[in-house]
Design a protein around this ligand. Structure first.
Ligand code: SF4
Length: 347
């Protein structure tokens, strides 16, 4: 059986259930790189160009991890646009070229281009070509893609009820391992208190408290515990209920983003701005944290817009890079949490 490696970085946190299901339905064994650790970060830092942001450097480390595992292929799509008239940061477009240029003895890359703004049919054609590579006919490919889309929807439902993307990935994977009756897969209560029934409490179970903190940023930074220094988990350990962009209604986020005088054409930037503006007007949200990466072009604009427009709710921007120390992050988080709690008690 052929093996395909999926790096645990960048858009992994948004599309992994789709990719995994699709390849497995084609009869390909999926290998995912290890959760980010010090070795992966160091290897990425040594290999990637200095100008790259931390998430891209970490992605390199994940690709190298897969190289060491001896996979037959590595899946590194060239993401340009994942929605009509919405674009992904240019670094994503160059990822396959940068990897080929800088990693010798790289296994063949599967770098299908996703550009839904230009030609939706091209993705379809590329997906069929991919199927051929693994010996599948059109019917099998179509069924595999449909199954992938279905799992992606399921995963998004999990995230929407109160789980940050990394925790939603864990829950989705566990749901796939445990046989369950249809409809029993994710019976989550609308308060976001978790609950996958039919099993013991997940370690990913968020704790609820009186404080609700909106946490924004790129999913691959927020949900990678090494990149974000475990920001989400630390807030949950402090007792906060964490709300992320994925937990909000898409149409409401879009409506708030559309109040900008000029349309934001970066998909993630639009999502973060719309979510921040929504949170700023939502009385249940007590504070907002935006996690940005040093050297990120889009963040230099998006973070600034958010910082200027959030006016009702305590706001903190945290900028991380490979030199950020955990102690500093914890100190700032605790100080912000205490300030938000005092403010709430004083009202
Ligand atoms: S949006 Fe920013 S953090 Fe994300 S890949 Fe681009 S430069 Fe890096």
């Amino acid at each position: 059986m052929k093996t395909i490696g999926i790096p645990r970085g960048l858009f992994f946190y948004y599309y992994y259930p789709l990719w995994r299901t699709f390849f497995e339905k084609l009869g390909v064994q999926v290998v995912v790189s290890a959760p980010t650790n010090r070795r992966i970060v160091d290897q990425g830092l040594l290999t990637a160009v200095n100008e790259a942001c931390l998430p891209v450097k970490v992605y390199y480390g994940h690709v190298l991890d897969l190289c060491h595992r001896g996979v037959d292929y590595i899946f590194a799509p060239r993401l340009v646009s994942v929605e009509y008239r919405g674009y992904i940061c240019p670094k994503f477009m160059g990822i396959p070229d940068m990897l080929r240029a800088q990693i010798p003895d790289l296994p063949p890359l599967i770098d299908i281009k996703v550009d839904l703004s230009r030609d939706e049919r091209q993705l379809e054609r590329d997906v069929f070509e991919l199927g051929k590579l693994f010996g599948s006919d059109r019917y099998k490919v179509k069924a595999a893609w449909a199954a992938g889309q279905q799992e992606l929807e399921e995963f998004r439902r999990i995230a929407a009820v109160g789980f940050p993307l990394n925790q939603a990935v864990t829950i989705w994977e566990r749901a796939g391992e445990a046989p369950m009756a249809s409809g029993d897969k994710t019976r989550l209560n609308p308060g976001g208190e978790n609950i996958r029934t039919g099993g013991e409490a997940s370690e990913a179970t968020p704790r609820s408290s009186d404080l609700t903190i909106g946490v924004l940023g790129h999913g691959y930074s927020l949900c990678d515990a090494m990149v974000s220094m475990g920001l989400v988990r630390k807030l949950q350990e402090l007792g906060a209920r964490v709300v992320t962009a994925e937990m909000l209604k898409t149409d409401e986020v879009e409506a708030y983003a559309s109040t900008l005088p000029k349309r934001m054409f970066w998909t993630l930037g639009k999502k973060n701005i719309g979510s921040a503006l929504w949170m700023d007007e939502e009385p249940a949200v007590d504070g907002i944290i935006y996690l940005a990466c040093f050297g990120c072009g889009p963040d230099s604009l998006v973070g600034e817009i958010i910082a200027r427009r959030v006016v009702n709710t305590p706001f903190m921007m945290m900028i991380v890079d490979e030199h950020t120390g955990e102690a500093g992050v914890v100190t700032r988080l605790e100080a912000f949490y205490d300030m938000v709690a005092r403010r709430k008690n004083a009202v």
